[in-house]
Design a protein around this ligand. Structure first.
Ligand code: UDP
Length: 327
């Protein structure tokens, strides 16, 4: 029998790529999404259940109907800038929402969860490579809410109630190479689509958030990982849980960092256009440098993020110019 996997946030950028990969691997992905930031037309690979994590009755209904073998939990608010302004939304939506999800899953007999955490749980560490044992000191409410969920899942696991695989994402970019899916938010706040829009003249310029960081060119350094590589790790994490593996935390990054200015250079190469820029102030909550030094996902799951920055940018650019991108 085809195993059903409940995918919260399945209408979002990463969740929709995960649904495509799940369907291709022979699972049935059931999307649970409130469409606050997702797109109904991205739900093409399995059933869609519209609902909100803050609605326990709706969650119970969906769990009872589909009886998933596991949950892939992508749904979350995830904007660093907004989190700095409205922290309560992040705590309520992310932390309370996940508690509701976990309790609804357990009540329906589902005790396996793959959770999307973030490198933002680490905070600032003076440019060192971050591995899974680096102390977590988040600098914004987004990272703090995700760390709280990690603690929550840890407590449930210690109590023997569930098993989880928690992935700490670095910066997820790129798009489905077949052009079906890609990154788009409304309003857009993420670097790669904003650079393309600036190159296309759809916005006047890209504002660089801070040029006085203690990095070689003064701009923030991030570790950019292709969404398809990232989603591949989720299938491996899911298989770990389905085959009885214990709870585990993994970084998902490439181990290579690029500054904002280097990313602008990559965008100019792939588009063949100039990206007009404005040098602005720092964005509250941002760290200077977030790069993964963890090799645990490779050692234990066999995960290798094989797509280089050129491929990431080429796939993202193809999507950005294609018919699926609303602009
Ligand atoms: N960034 C920027 N200008 C923008 C958007 C982002 O300089 O308009 C920088 C941001 O400070 C960070 C990097 O680009 O260093 C990636 O930011 P993004 O919002 O894409 O992802 P996040 O790091 O918040 O997950």
């Amino acid at each position: 029998m085809t195993e059903r996997i409940l995918v919260t946030g399945g209408a979002g950028y990463i969740g929709a790529h995960a649904c495509k990969a799940l369907a291709r691997a022979g699972y049935e992905p059931v999307t649970f999404d409130n469409l606050s930031t997702g797109w109904a037309d991205a739900v093409r690979f399995g059933p869609f259940e519209r609902g909100d994590l803050l609605d326990p009755e709706r969650l119970a209904e969906v769990m009872a109907r589909h009886r998933p073998a596991a949950v892939l939990h992508f749904a979350a608010l995830s904007q660093v800038g907004e989190a700095a302004r409205i922290p309560g939304r992040y705590w309520r939506n992310n932390v309370t929402g996940t508690l509701n999800l976990v309790e609804a899953a357990l009540a329906a007999g589902c005790d396996r969860i793959v959770f999307s955490s973030t490198c933002a749980t680490y905070g600032d560490h003076d440019g060192i490579l971050l591995d899974e044992s680096t102390p977590q000191r988040p600098t914004n409410a987004y990272g703090a809410s995700k760390r709280a969920i990690e603690d929550m899942l840890g407590n449930f696991a210690e109590a023997g109630l569930l098993r989880h695989v928690t992935f700490r994402y670095f910066n997820v970019v790129g798009a489905d190479p077949e052009g079906d899916l890609g990154e788009q938010h409304d309003p857009e706040t993420h670097l790669v689509p904003l650079m393309f829009d600036a190159a296309l003249g759809r916005r006047a310029a890209l504002t660089i958030f801070g040029t006085d960081y203690p990095t070689p060119d003064g701009t923030c350094i991030r570790d950019y990982v292709h969404v398809c590589d990232l989603v591949g790790a989720h299938l491996l994490g899911l298989e770990r849980l389905l085959s009885g593996g214990e709870s585990r935390v993994y970084n998902l990054g490439t181990g290579r960092g690029f500054s904002v200015r280097e990313m602008i250079g990559a965008a100019e190469r792939v588009t063949g256009k100039t990206v007009p820029v404005i040098e602005g102030p720092r964005r509250p909550g941002d760290c200077a440098c977030l790069v993964s030094g963890g090799r645990r996902a490779e050692a234990e799951l066999g995960w290798v993020p094989g797509r280089a920055l050129e491929t990431i940018m080429a796939d993202a650019w193809q999507w950005h110019q294609g018919p699926g991108y609303a602009g």
